[in-house]
Ligand binder design. Structure first.
Ligand SMILES: [Zn+2]
Length: 115
């Protein structure tokens, strides 16, 4: 049955402590993009091409659809730590779920799940 060992309980407590330090957590991810423009003799058409940008694009899922927002350099720098924080929290939650699956799955006959 799903009884956690002392070691597993310690792991759970360690994860919970790190979760309790949560800061602002912005969902989605930041990608840097370069682009070509429409001007015929632009540097972005040269050989080798020198593309425009990089531009910062923040993408996230809203109701299952990907929403993209262009950010200025300043916005990208301001929100980068909040995006990183959300990623850290997702990783911690994943760690907690893997641990819990191990505890709950011990002695149970349901299929193994690596998480
Ligand atoms: Zn161009």
């Amino acid at each position: 049955m799903g009884e956690p060992s002392r070691e597993e309980r310690r792991s759970q407590e360690a994860i919970a402590r790190r979760l309790s330090e949560a800061g602002f957590a912005l969902p989605g991810s930041l990608v840097e993009r370069t682009a070509r423009c429409g001007k015929p003799n632009c540097r972005c058409k040269a050989e080798p091409p020198r593309l425009h940008g990089p531009y910062h694009q923040w993408t996230r899922k809203i109701d299952g659809k990907t929403a993209t927002v262009n950010l200025t350099d300043e916005q990208a720098e301001r929100y980068r730590p909040w995006l990183a924080e959300a990623q850290r929290l997702r990783a911690l939650l994943h760690e907690l779920e893997v641990l819990t699956l191990r505890v709950a799955g011990r002695g149970e006959s349901w299929p193994r799940n690596s998480g």
